[in-house]
Write a protein that binds this ligand. Structure first.
Ligand SMILES: C[S@@+](CC[C@H](N)C(=O)[O-])C[C@H]1O[C@@H](n2cnc3c(N)ncnc32)[C@H](O)[C@@H]1O
Length: 237
């Protein structure tokens, strides 16, 4: 019998860390655009929150772009944060990671004087009411001129777009397999990941843009979009 052992939390974490950038289309491009939307001087001591920071790929991009910044990474998975803290041993003066649940507005306790709040591929884990509430909570926490920048998956009203994106995700994974970045066994294991398989709540870009406008942000816009992925930004007046 060829029965696969359930994989350990350690293996699950390492697998997620290795594979995520290779199975999400445009992963690095999204982080590029999000970082470039942060319109601050390199020499500014900005305070940034990364919601659902995961393994800190976006956090890393921000501290590289703004060497005097401090980034507060929020995630609710202790095993992920343990690995992320390990990866940032070289930058402990610039990062602080908190284990907090974004489903509870207490996530923001003690986080003040914020210049920017970013979030990549994370807020679609939250029910729509919480996602919308976070947009409002962040608005209250941002300094005047402070910026929101997020990217998630969205549902299109045009099913053709949803279908093209789905096909593209599959061909993206197939290419990663062909190039040896991912193998079939890893994908099978990934299918069992309790962290990755949490329920998603996908809204439309128009919904999210309207939440930002209702919360009082100005210059609300979609600076980058690729089928079902969109970066959305806004500024606190
Ligand atoms: C797909 S990963 C993206 C990580 C990272 N932002 C990136 O771009 O690589 C989503 C992250 O959101 C976190 N997350 C999901 N639901 C959360 C919640 N309710 N509170 C805090 N973090 C959450 C997960 O633990 C995971 O690390």
């Amino acid at each position: 019998m060829n029965e696969k052992q359930p994989f350990s939390e350690f293996e699950e974490i390492r697998l997620l860390e290795d594979l995520f950038p290779n199975i999400v289309p445009k992963y690095r491009e999204v982080h590029d655009i999000m970082t470039s939307m942060l319109d601050f001087e390199k020499s500014q001591q900005i305070r940034v929150v990364d919601l659902g920071c995961g393994f800190g790929d976006l956090t890393r991009r921000i501290i590289d772009a703004f060497p005097l910044s401090v980034v507060f990474g929020i995630d609710n998975q202790s095993a992920i944060l343990e690995r992320t803290r390990e990866k940032f041993q070289d930058s402990l003066d610039q990062v602080v990671f908190y284990q907090r649940d974004l489903n509870n507005s207490a996530w923001m306790n003690g986080l003040d004087y914020l210049h920017a709040v970013v979030s990549s591929f994370a807020l679609d884990y939250l029910p729509e009411e919480r996602h919308k509430a976070i947009v409002e909570e962040v608005h209250e926490k941002l300094e005047p001129g402070g910026r929101w920048v997020s990217c998630e998956f969205f549902r299109s009203e045009d099913n053709r777009i949803n279908r093209i994106f789905h096909d593209l995700e599959i061909s993206f994974i197939q290419r990663a397999m062909k190039e040896g970045q991912v193998n079939g066994e890893q994908l099978e294991q990934l299918g069992k990941s309790t962290i990755l398989r949490q329920q998603h709540h996908i809204c439309t870009v128009d919904d999210k843009v309207s939440w930002l406008k209702q919360a009082g942000y100005i210059y609300v816009d979609v600076p980058w979009r690729f089928l079902n992925l969109a970066v959305i930004t806004g500024v606190r007046k």
